[in-house]
Design a protein around this ligand. Structure first.
Ligand code: UDX
Length: 501
């Protein structure tokens, strides 16, 4: 008789930078024989199923299935644009997503969704920390243990946890005319690292009542109700801060960089291939890989601002002139929704178009992990999203950081001042600065930065190898979830009552 296997319900926040690492975790757990129900919002669910070859996916991961709940936005909402994420923060906490998630869990407990006995009732919910209130309220009611997965760095999450203290001390909110370079000394572990400008972007709102600031404060605190925390980082990089987080969570599993752990644990090339979906929500344009093949080693600057950042036409021009003036080859991902305001394509100065033809390649969405691993790439101009940062660290590619949203401000400060992996140009992007830092990264300061890049990339590699910290922590996570199946807490009568609801 088959041994019963755990069933984890995984609930990511509906955005690229969250779905990708959570899908990687889903694959790893499914590879450890777990049954997985991966819950997207309806819009993303439908889009995602269009992007993947479902038959191939089901053959490769027969124990991983997708289900959906609504995102709470009205059907006519464009689900893109500058207001989208802000609207989502509010709608995802509305009644509809919560009710549907509860119904879904109940159907997994009692109903036909258990799938003829193979799919046991849920052993645990692995919830994105950014929507912990939604997940924890429902799972607690149904007596299902919750593990929070926060997709940001340990350092950023630590700063988030300290925001109530910053408010108490009158340091937030701050205004544009406050000294942005003033040191923030009251966050333990970071007493001489962070300036006002390095605090998360939502600290710049004028009022502490701002709904986005409140959203982050509330979700961050709610997360501490989870029974454990998963982080996509590795001990060698952030252990002093991870120790501080241990006062909020009884257990922390650091299992990053997840994309590398996936490769280390799942050797089967087919399971890692494009057809099994790498969690990208857009079609990747692979033509740029051939362009990279034609470039000299370590010569190319790769520019990508992730999935959410939007820039003004003026900022686009400053970056563009800075890049061509640096006279280095560049590969730039300009998403179709990158620009705020009017479409610039027809207004691009001819001079720029010509100089780009000489040494540039522009695509709409790219296979980023492969690009960073390409021998021609010498530097990464990034928005400092945590996935991008980890991918760059792993590939040993030094960074120029231009952060815009949420955690990115903290990540970029750590990259430049703590880990010495790059140059942080936050709050500036004039063409002469861009030209200078590109030259510095590819030539002037390269040697100095490459020393730390190589050291930290080595640590990242060690962490995902057999016996490494992330490798072992994944095993602990798997064992601990298995133990939920037999634990008295899980089998208590209170729990069973919950299950019959
Ligand atoms: C944002 C936050 O900034 C991030 O720190 C947080 O953890 C999640 O939300 P995002 O803007 O999506 O994330 O950036 P990032 O975290 O870097 O994730 C983007 C992912 O998309 C990366 O894994 C990257 O490899 C992938 N990507 C991006 C592509 O595959 N192709 C592209 O062209 C651009």
């Amino acid at each position: 008789m088959d041994v019963p296997q755990p069933h984890a319900v995984i609930l990511p926040f509906p955005a690229q930078g969250h779905i990708k690492p959570m899908l990687m975790l889903a694959k790893l757990l499914s590879h450890a024989n777990f049954y997985i129900t991966f819950v997207n919002t309806l819009d993303i669910h439908n889009h995602f199923l269009e992007l993947i070859n479902q038959t191939t996916f089901n053959n490769l991961f027969p124990r991983l299935r997708f289900m959906a709940i609504p995102d709470g936005l009205p059907p006519e909402h464009p689900r893109s644009g500058p207001q989208f994420i802000r609207d989502l923060f509010i709608s995802i906490l509305s009644a509809a997503p919560k009710h549907k998630f509860r119904d879904l869990l109940l159907s997994l407990i009692n109903g036909p969704e258990t799938g003829g006995g193979q799919w046991s009732t849920p052993t645990c919910v692995i919830a994105d920390g950014l929507i912990s209130i939604l997940a924890i309220d429902v799972a607690e009611e149904l007596h299902i243990p919750v593990i929070a997965f926060r997709t940001v760095s340990a350092s950023s999450y630590w700063v988030y946890l300290n925001i109530p203290k910053l408010i108490e001390e009158g340091l937030i909110p701050f205004q544009g005319d406050d000294d942005m370079d003033g040191l923030i000394t009251c966050i333990p572990g970071f007493q001489s690292l962070l300036r006002r400008r390095d605090l998360p972007s939502f600290c710049r709102f004028e009022s502490i009542e701002n709904p986005v600031l409140q959203f982050f404060i509330n979700q961050t605190l709610a997360m501490t109700r989870a029974s454990a925390l998963i982080l996509n980082t590795f001990d060698g990089l952030e252990s002093p801060i991870i120790s501080k987080l241990l006062s909020f969570f009884p257990k922390i599993y650091t299992i990053g960089p997840l994309h590398a752990l996936l490769e280390s644990r799942i050797k089967d090339h087919l399971l890692l291939s494009h057809s099994s979906s790498n969690g990208s929500l857009r079609e990747q344009d692979r033509t740029c890989l051939a362009w990279l093949d034609s470039q000299p080693s370590k010569s190319v600057v790769y520019i990508n601002f992730g999935s959410l950042v939007m820039i003004t036409p003026d900022q686009l021009m400053e970056f563009w002139y800075g890049l061509v003036n640096s006279e280095k080859p560049f590969l730039w991902v300009i998403r179709e929704d990158l620009l705020l305001g009017e479409d610039m394509v027809n207004e691009t100065p001819q001079e720029l178009t010509m100089r780009t033809r000489e040494r540039g390649c522009i695509v709409g969405w790219a296979p980023q992990e492969e690009i960073l691993a390409h021998r021609a790439v010498g530097g990464f101009l990034t928005h400092s999203g945590w996935n991008s940062t980890l991918e760059s660290i792993w590939a040993g590619v030094p960074m120029i950081c231009w952060p815009q949203l949420a955690d990115q401000q903290v990540n970029s400060r750590c990259v430049s001042e703590l880990w010495k992996l790059g140059i942080d140009i936050k709050d500036t992007c004039d063409r002469s600065t861009v030209e200078k830092v590109v030259r510095d990264l590819i030539e002037g300061k390269r040697e100095e930065i490459m020393k730390s890049s190589d050291d930290i990339a080595r640590m990242a590699r060690d962490s995902v190898r057999e016996g490494g910290s992330s490798y072992c922590n994944l095993e602990k996570l798997v064992d601990d979830i298995r133990s939920f199946m037999s634990s008295s807490q899980y089998a208590s009568s209170e729990c069973n009552e919950g299950r019959k609801l």
